[in-house]
Design a protein around this ligand. Sequence first.
Ligand SMILES: Cc1cc2nc3c(=O)[nH]c(=O)nc-3n(C[C@H](O)[C@H](O)[C@H](O)COP(=O)(O)OP(=O)(O)OC[C@H]3O[C@@H](n4cnc5c(N)ncnc54)[C@H](O)[C@@H]3O)c2cc1C
Length: 486
Amino acid sequence: MEVIYQTGGVRKVVNPALLVIACDPRALEPVMDYTPHERALLDSLQNFTFYTTCLRVYPRTAQERVVILAPDIVESQTGLVQGYRNETAKQWGLPVANAAATNVVTTYQMVGVGGPSDPATLAAQRDAFLDSPPSWWPFQPGRYEIVQVDEDQDGDIHPAVNPLATPYFDQFTFDALAAGAPWRWLDLQGENDTVYVHASTCFESVLHCWSYLNILLGAKPELLSAAKDSAIVVIGAGVSGLLFAQRFIDAGYRNVTLLEQTNRFAGKTHSLQVPDQGGTSIAELGTCYLSPAYDDMVQALSEFTVGNARIPVAHGTGRGIVVGDTVMSFGDYGLMVACQYLGYGWPCSQADQDLAYLELVKAAGIYVALRFEIFGTVDGVMPVSRPAGDPYGIFSKTFAQYLDDNGMGALTGYLIYAYQVQGYGDLDKIPAYYGLVWVTPDMAWPFGETSGVTAWAKGWEDVWDQMVAKRRLNIQLNTEVIAIRR
Ligand SMILES: Cc1cc2nc3c(=O)[nH]c(=O)nc-3n(C[C@H](O)[C@H](O)[C@H](O)COP(=O)(O)OP(=O)(O)OC[C@H]3O[C@@H](n4cnc5c(N)ncnc54)[C@H](O)[C@@H]3O)c2cc1C
């Protein structure tokens, strides 16, 4: 195999024993000799786009929430501002944020498959929102500054706008899923000395990248049988590339090179250090949260979290959901949607709410039992073997239809929060399979007030910084891959 690349004006050629695709594989179409089988898989991928901005804003009213998300806007997926996270409140608490003259917030904009994702359009939509915001925006209209950052402390100051108008949540179509695309991909891993570890192969979170590595190395132990001094080239130094490099270095490999096209590593993790309240707030332009499902991974990566800590984010009523002109707590919203689903209406009597709550618990029980029956495990994110046929319609039904048809419709409100507003797609449009992959049993449990969502006090980027330093990862930044011949 031959990989030709250019870095620092110098053209280089390497002959790796293993090629690791840790960027969106479609980005390599012009330079890589994909086989028809690989090309067919890539052609059936589609994706969303996620755009974020870090702003300094001026509080207008007392805030009760750290995070606010508007399901209707998320559902439209047209790039309108769909919510924000108050980074000041995340870092210092709501009382401090409320007493401060300015707060630091990160806004979210989501674009669906094929939607308008060019940065100029998204910036114009954001500015129009900020100049004339809806009532749930607790900051002064038209008064904001886009935070300016000098990330490398090299005098290159730029706006804290997410440069990641990059593919987010790559997903297979219904047809491709029904044809077993995720498992066809797993089968071809290692063929032509190539493996795919980017989130497009598994889902879209750090946990999924990490779990997929475990699945891959469990299913293909021969990947670790090459000589320890053989060259391994990883294309992309984002989350999945770094995790792969660390795992292989820990297995004894000494010649691992990461080729990264941008001037920084960490990919969609982008933790900004913003001066705030006399100290520093971390604004996460990309990767932010962890749930209890991340515990094993955090334990396995503990060497890289020294001095960092998981801090609770928006527990209790700190998470707000926009409903019309009001903002409800996540727990109330889940209960309201359950009551409406069961025909009790809203508001309704305490007795009806108690009945709805029982129904929610029952639905959560069904969810966990069915997920176990279909996936063969309660944990893990993707089943290693393809579920036979189309069990309960997971490949042919939307997530909402799957829930409705299997006695779990009462859970819809909770799952709109756990899934839809987090940017993983509309319950009415996304294949049920993806819902099951993302919503692990702990997330289905309707005791949302103590859900255990956390973030890193020093940001996710600190984890990758420690990994790169402690494993002395060889990352070639500003590198263009010119040709790959296998
Ligand atoms: C706004 C946002 C919020 C998120 N929140 C969370 C969260 O709360 N929790 C969570 O777990 N996950 C979250 N995620 C998802 C998580 O960040 C991703 O799943 C993860 O970053 C995927 O890692 P990756 O390596 O597959 O891709 P990336 O992180 O995108 O890395 C790919 C790398 O490849 C490089 N690259 C691309 N093309 C080439 C090329 N041709 N040559 C060389 N290099 C190339 C890119 O520059 C990049 O560095 C979030 C993502 C976004 C965008």
